[in-house]
Design a protein around this ligand. Structure first.
Ligand SMILES: CC(C)(COP(=O)(O)OP(=O)(O)OC[C@H]1O[C@@H](n2cnc3c(N)ncnc32)[C@H](O)[C@@H]1OP(=O)(O)O)[C@@H](O)C(=O)NCCC(=O)NCCS
Length: 150
């Protein structure tokens, strides 16, 4: 049985130790410790016994009162295809909606076709963001309304 709970700052070390393996490429640079120190209350950890099964790092935008943002989601390869990322997102949607947020944003790299397919399956709209993070940076931007019928 895989349980999902709010993250704590102490979860950082076990998350950062596995993310490069989970992504299959060096990715740890996009998750500095500050995310767990300052956004753990809106981030989630999934565990099966002592094993880390997945995590979601997200926050409620301090500057856009209607918006929440998912910075990072990853599922242990041994637990993929079981609906765990969907469960993490739905838990995050519920906590964001409880705070009055009506839209969730996320982004990925155009080469991350698995992430794009996952976000489409989760009902996000997909927009190409050329130069989004500066010259030469291509991103795929995701947006999903939390409003009923939205
Ligand atoms: C992307 C990722 C989080 C999906 O996790 P998962 O737990 O296997 O996903 P789920 O089982 O919850 O799938 C939810 C839906 O997305 C779809 N989906 C998930 N991964 C998919 C893929 N690679 N290709 C096509 N569809 C996919 C599923 O078919 C499912 O659709 P359904 O609910 O309509 O049947 C996981 O593959 C992963 O950790 N990848 C590496 C890290 C990464 O790229 N993270 C995202 C960018 S920050």
């Amino acid at each position: 049985m895989t349980g999902v709970r709010a993250a704590t700052p102490a979860d950082y070390d076990r998350i950062i130790a596995v993310v490069d393996d989970w992504w299959g490429r060096p990715i740890h640079g996009i998750l500095p410790r500050l995310f767990l120190d300052h956004f753990h209350r809106t981030s989630l950890v999934a565990e099966s016994g002592d094993e880390l099964a997945g995590c979601l790092v997200g926050f409620l935008s301090p500057s856009q009162p209607d918006a929440a943002y998912v910075h990072f989601v990853g599922v242990n390869p041994d637990f993929r295809g079981t609906g765990l990322a969907r469960r993490l997102y739905e838990t995050f949607f519920a906590l964001a909606a409880a705070d009055g947020r009506t839209v969730v944003h996320a982004l990925t790299s155009p080469r991350n076709t698995g992430s794009i397919a996952f976000h489409e399956a989760m009902g996000f709209t997909v927009v190409h963001g050329q130069g989004h993070d500066g010259p030469g940076s291509d991103r795929v931007l995701f947006r999903r309304s939390l409003a009923p019928g939205g």
